[in-house]
Design a protein around this ligand. Sequence first.
Ligand code: RB5
Length: 152
Amino acid sequence: MQDTKTALIIGCDHAAFSLKEKLKDFLISKSISVHDAGTNSEDSVNYPEFGIKVASGISAKKFERGILLCGTGLGMSMVANRFPHVRAALCSDVFSAIMSRQHNNSNILVIGARVTGDILAEAILNAWLDTPFEGGRHQLRLDQFDNVNDLI
Ligand code: RB5
């Protein structure tokens, strides 16, 4: 990210608590401030509650970018993408994370902790943080997200 002091918001369910703690340490080591929306243990919780906390913060522009973690990443991406202006990208490889920024201007990175190992997750996050949106024709395509009724 351009401004290394920009605050991120991060959230997870019980399946990804351990990964959340590791990625928080990684963010702090990069001097990126992070708001932790929970969960804060491995006790079973319902992932939508934490997905909603993060996605609503992005949708309301309280935070520029966010991270969501669950077992597969599927549930978190499904719930996050229900919110206006949220573009949540489920990534299990570095290339997709880079493309999700360059072409899709993703504002939430989603990772499945039962799919992606900790070291790879850190590399995915690092690439996602450092890759800018390319704009241009990609912005025109993103604008179409808000005009679905005109395009049916
Ligand atoms: C929790 O068991 C699991 O369903 C959740 O972490 C996630 O994978 C949902 O999509």
